[in-house]
Design a protein around this ligand. Structure first.
Ligand SMILES: C[S@@+](CC[C@H](N)C(=O)[O-])C[C@H]1O[C@@H](n2cnc3c(N)ncnc32)[C@H](O)[C@@H]1O
Length: 225
């Protein structure tokens, strides 16, 4: 059954059963945790160390053999995430997926390029099950191909609409869930934020356990019936 857990992900994962999860999609906080409530000024509520090494260790233990994981990271943390996966005994690195966003952030106009993408590592435990749907190979660049042949974006949701600063589009997550799980499977997101993974999972008939440290963000979770 789907569950919203207001807890520290590490503490929760310590108690999870081995080989109990069919799909992991997660977007960890990378650095020391800071809570940014909506568009308000960032306020630090608790310092919580995050390491990919610990997360990868948990993924290796709780994911069923052959199942898939999707791990969001950024240009600065990608190498660390990649190395932890490569050093693990059973996880396999498969792809670097690029989500191209419909806009880019502010920054140095004359000394750097504007960031317009996010990185998601796709991997498997062991050899990896085949995708559940789709007879066509899709690109590792995550752009929408419309029926009329034109290309569109999976739009970024502004924090003022979604209540969280780093929301991943539910429609994009559905693409991962459809390819990497079956109806009734258990999806897990230890760093849920706005609970986008849970929303996508439930809409597709999957179960989902979502963990989030910030009780304010837990209010963004969908109602579980
Ligand atoms: C990058 S955001 C996830 C955003 C999410 N993918 C979405 O679409 O809304 C990371 C989340 O992890 C939460 N977090 C940070 N440290 C945590 C911890 N130790 N345990 C559980 N959640 C934590 C933060 O509050 C934040 O909401």
């Amino acid at each position: 059954m789907s569950r919203v857990i207001n807890s520290d992900a590490n503490i929760f994962m310590d108690d999870m059963e081995k080989d109990s999860i069919d799909l992991i999609i997660t977007d960890p906080p990378y650095k020391d945790y800071q809570s940014c409530l909506g568009v308000q000024k960032c306020k630090k509520i608790v310092k919580n160390e995050f390491t990919f090494e610990t997360l990868i260790g948990h993924i290796e233990r709780i994911l069923k053999s052959g199942c898939h994981f999707y791990l969001w990271c950024d240009a600065l943390t990608y190498a660390d995430a990649f190395n932890c996966i490569k050093n693990s005994k059973s996880l396999k690195y498969k792809n670097m997926l690029i989500w191209v966003k419909n806009h880019h952030g502010a920054g140095d106009l004359f000394g750097g390029y504007a960031h317009q993408h996010e990185i998601c590592i796709f991997g498997t435990k062991g050899k990896g099950n085949k995708f559940q749907v789709g007879n066509k190979r899709i690109s590792d660049v995550l752009l929408k191909k419309r029926d009329d042949g034109t290309i569109g974006y999976y739009h970024k949701i502004p924090p003022k609409f979604g209540g969280h600063p780093t929301i991943k589009p539910v429609e994009l997550l559905k693409l991962f869930i459809n390819r990497s799980s079956e109806i009734g499977d258990m999806v897990f997101d230890p760093y849920s934020g706005s609970f986008s993974t849970m929303k996508a999972s439930i809409e597709l008939g999957r179960e989902c356990i979502g963990v989030e440290l910030d009780s304010e963000y837990c209010k963004l979770a969908p109602e579980i019936t």
